[in-house]
Design a protein around this ligand. Structure first.
Ligand SMILES: NC(=O)c1ccc[n+]([C@@H]2O[C@H](COP(=O)([O-])OP(=O)(O)OC[C@H]3O[C@@H](n4cnc5c(N)ncnc54)[C@H](OP(=O)(O)O)[C@@H]3O)[C@@H](O)[C@H]2O)c1
Length: 249
């Protein structure tokens, strides 16, 4: 039986990824923060042998604890994360440290810690859920965008490095996905403000990301609208339009 480790599996993209693999007979190590949310989520899974861990992945000791507890997975899905509004110059040092560790440093610690085990497998896969914010400016979310950019750069680099070792690395860059993330960040207004064609479902993100990972692709942008827009993201006109559509309170 294939085994996957998924972080942030109690909700949104991670939950859909877990459901998809569970329905396909995988055994799962599922990590999230809140025990209550995880209890509700686990009712959707068929395999009663799944393992559940409740850890704050914005802390280094939690990542080390996780590395001690889990065996070697065939697939790692580094997904756990939050969205954060942060006006330039107004965040605290603690907020920056926690966000950066959760979205970037902790993901690197997890993958680096697992790599010696992944190398023992015939083949294995790593999936990193980054964001379209990694490749486009996000005013008032600069910390989020830069952390996602950091993990994108790490993933692309190790992907090339590991290509000959039968370990694939796929970084997914979703745009707007309907999950709990925006509500948690106090960005409920975006649900009404962002046009419908810019939203992608969590199921679609999972379907496209898993397909890309199985095909050994290094990067995937789920959703047609984002795929079409990506070549133009560097242009001034696109940045202006993106800024208007994404205006954050
Ligand atoms: N939604 C979007 O529009 C969007 C777009 C691009 C990228 N993403 C990325 O997709 C990933 C998943 O987000 P989502 O949209 O699915 O959000 P979500 O529905 O809020 O789910 C987030 C998951 O991450 C877990 N998590 C958050 N902070 C954690 C912590 N400190 N320690 C352990 N687990 C933690 C949550 O666990 P608890 O429920 O226990 O807190 C939950 O399982 C994130 O990395 C996010 O940045 C989202």
């Amino acid at each position: 039986m294939k085994k996957a480790l998924i972080t942030g599996a109690s909700s949104g993209i991670g939950f859909e990824y877990a459901k998809h693999l569970d329905q396909n007979g995988w055994s799962l190590d599922l990590v999230s923060y809140s025990e209550d949310r995880s209890r509700i989520a686990r009712e959707s899974f068929q395999d009663s042998n799944n393992n559940y861990y409740h850890l704050d992945l914005s802390r280094k000791d939690s990542v080390l604890e996780l590395l001690e507890k889990v065996d070697c997975p065939d697939l790692v899905v580094a997904n756990a994360g939050i969205t954060m509004v942060s006006k330039a110059g107004e965040s605290s040092s603690l907020q920056r440290d926690d966000l950066y560790y959760l979205l970037c440093g902790g993901v690197i610690d997890l993958i680096e810690g697992l790599l010696p085990r992944l190398r023992e497998k015939d083949t294995s896969r790593i999936v990193i859920i980054s964001s379209i914010g990694a490749v486009t400016p996000m005013p008032k979310s600069s910390l989020y965008a830069s952390a996602k950019s950091g993990i994108y750069a790490y993933g692309r680099s190790i992907g090339e490095e590991l290509a000959n070792e039968k370990i694939s690395v796929t970084i997914s860059l979703p745009g707007y996905v309907k999950t709990n993330a925006h509500k948690r960040a106090g960005l409920d207004h975006l649900e009404k403000k962002i046009p419908f064609w810019m939203w992608v479902s969590a199921e679609k993100v999972v379907r496209m990301t898993e397909k890309a990972s199985l095909a050994g692709k290094s990067t995937v942008i789920p959703g047609l609208a984002y795929k079409l827009v990506k070549p133009f993201l560097g242009l001034d006109i696109t940045s202006k339009l993106w800024k208007i559509l994404n205006k954050r309170n």
